[in-house]
Write a protein that binds this ligand. Sequence first.
Ligand code: NHR
Ligand code: GAR
Length: 213
Amino acid sequence: MKKIVILVSGSGSNLQAIIDACERQQIAGHIVAVISNKADAFALERAKLAHIPSHVISHLDYPSREQFDEAVAKKIAYYQPDLIVLAGYMRILTADFINRYAGKILNIHPSLLPKYPGLNTHHRAIVSGDKEHGTTVHFVTKELDGGPIILQAKVPIFSDDKEQDVIDRVLTQEHQIYPLVIKWFCSDRLIMLNDKAYLDKQEIAAGGYGSDD
Ligand code: NHR
Ligand code: GAR
């Protein structure tokens, strides 16, 4: 069983999907800790209900990004995890942190990367007139939202959509694909080598598993 630490900042619906998949034994792993940089994140309630140890480390209590990440890394090290999962985590990680856990950090980003790295992705897709949007699970590297893509899911954008409609549609897909990718990692089917992702020893295409490119 792989040990998983999950970093969160918000509502934690992706955390919940992973908790549920672990409880149903769909993932050969267990969540050993949840760490939030926000004291009021609803994700902390979800961790509590699932009897998972949780910790708040506020970035506001540290003079620099380096010192904040050092505190987070120290807390994580106590748990000796095999995998670190960013689930709606809103702090950019330092190079030191990434190097320490190279190949062991996954993120889910709410866009069809390489489109719309960074923040406010749904809004940007809508105002650009995009007809589709989506979400991407990728390994985290030093390049923000630029690590190798593992899996994407697309959703339509309809002309009368409000931003929340698109957010909800994307979240529904995230709750399907994130547990699946974590399951691959925990069964040693998914690895990162030299900044490339491999599933069952086959290099994953640039647009993620099952894509044409
Ligand atoms: N860190 C590295 N080094 N590489 C990545 O690919 C990362 C990462 C940390 C987080 C998630 C990412 C996303 O999926 C992620 C990927 C936060 C920001 C950001 O600008 C950008 C991208 C992501 C997460 N954060 C601001 C900051 O100063 C704070 C914004 C806020 O608190 O609302 O860190 O979108
Ligand atoms: C998710 O849509 C995730 O892709 C996105 O925030 C949401 C978190 O929802 N992540 C980012 O924007 C990272 N910068 P959740 O807290 O309910 O899982």
